[in-house]
Design a protein. Sequence first.
Length: 638
Amino acid sequence: MKRTISLLIAVCLLLCLFAGCSGGTTGTANAPASGASESAGGASDAAESGSADRTEGSSGSTQSSGSTQSSGSAQSSGSAQSSESAQSSGSAQSSGSTESSEPAGTAPAEEPSVYHLAAGNYATDADGIPLAPYEYDGPLTEADDVLSFWTTTFVPQSVPAEGFNAMPNVMGEREKTGVNVEYIIVSSEMRYENIAVLLAADDLPDILSQGLIFVGMQARQTVQDGWFANLNDYREYMPNYMYYSMNLDDNTRTTVFGDPGYIYAIYALTDKTYTTMSYLVREDWLNRFDMTHDDIRTVDDIHDMLTLFKTQVDGCTWPMEIISSVDVVNFFSCYDTITQVNATALPTPYVVNGEVRLPHSGPNDYEYASMLAQWFSEGLIDANWSAYLYTAFYAGNVYGGQTGFTFMQPAEVEGYEAGAADPNARWEPVHYPVRELGQTLHLAYSATNMGYGHSCISAKCENIPLAVSWCDWRYSPAGSLFSSYGVEGLTWEYNADGVPWLTDFAVHNPDGITYANLSNFYMVNFLSEHGMEMYDRKYAYDGGERFMAMHLYWADQDNDDAYKWPGGVIFTDEQNEDLARLGDDIVTYLAENFLAFLDGSKSLTEWDGYVSTLESMGWDEVRQINQDAYDEFMAANG
């Protein structure tokens, strides 16, 4: 009898135990577990939603002094953790057992998830691509997760004393998404140095803007070495980004999906395709010589124009501005080569009738370098060019009338005109020049939905699904509107036609901040970060149509993109290793020598020796690696 009673008790205990376990493993599509770390699904109750931002003006490690961390848990910089383990069921759950009031043998009801992510909640095609944009119906989370975001601002002097995390759009995005994002603001010129320190300390923040640019390694290596997450593994959490990446232009599609099985970054996109920026000229100066911007069509026309400015316009010290990467918009593509110089990576190749060529070393590059060297010798180009990382470095010359020919975005023009020392200052666009009238361009800067910014996610981020979802929210209908226009009632409001319209605060800011600058920190900084930009927002004010027309002016050119390098070309692991092995010395050599030809600090009589040295360093091997990768791409894509 005792044996029978003992057996019955044992069976009851087993049934209770089985029922209790099964009640906690019913999965949902909104699981927040990252897969990269099993120890950090929930955020600490101690995490503060308004944690102070950190501004890095030096190369020091960016570490929050107020972050909280449980003992024994792996944690990336700036994130707040509890000792609770990640729950693959999608619900925040304590590591300890919980008493249930349910009768013995009855499974307790599953608690609703604190995460409201998109995975599993939308229709896809056979390849898993969403059929339509996805609208989030509320905050992404009710938990206290904190994500750290490494980024920059180009106008740090305009950030309020309370810090970047107190910006209205940052607080508004936090309220709409429910995600506490701690912005780590690094001065733009210190990003290379700062990220090197973070890599050395194995202390990357959760999300990094333009990480692929500053990390200093090939994209696949960032994943294989465990620095960045392969976002292809989390594609179900970014339906909007996946939808637009597949359904916009070919350049966007091949850039995002060009390496099968990998997605390295979430790129800034635009809802319309435009040539986003190029060169403009002081039209009021041209008018003095009975000319207009329409008269400037050839390289010789530009030279003659700059000479007039230098010799006939009082105060014009440097008629033309360039920056340290020389020609970021490939304005002089009429030389049938890549005219931008990258001092941190191997140059982008181009293709002529199936043959891969490398820039900065051919006869056409010699002609291009000779042209710029002549202009430098005549004092037509700013002698301080190598110190300018971007246009803001010489903005004083634009305002003050020391220059009359520079590149910019149309959205910047009104601010430069309004702040100019000369009240008659007027800037107008110039066509991409040709060497001879009738020339067809093959490499001109062309329109695309791809923006300049992008964001990568650390492989050690404690909640990658939430980080990916937060990024994807900026591509949703509501998220794109907010990212593009900012806080309703402050920087925009609906006009009588129901169209978003910029406020006077945004366009004619009382603190004198130009709209072009204001839009990069009162809205999302698409020049550095991810998001879907509604491009018309740049000109949503009375008079904005003049600047919108500048994009169309630049697009009116005879360019066939015949030499353009395909965005989807990928390299094998072995090819990446070989490029990395060869690249460091070559990149340094190019930066020190090709750039020296441009301003005359190195004589062009040394050109042949320069090319010979390049070849001895493995230049042709680099070209052949690119040729092999290109041939493989063409065989697969036609």
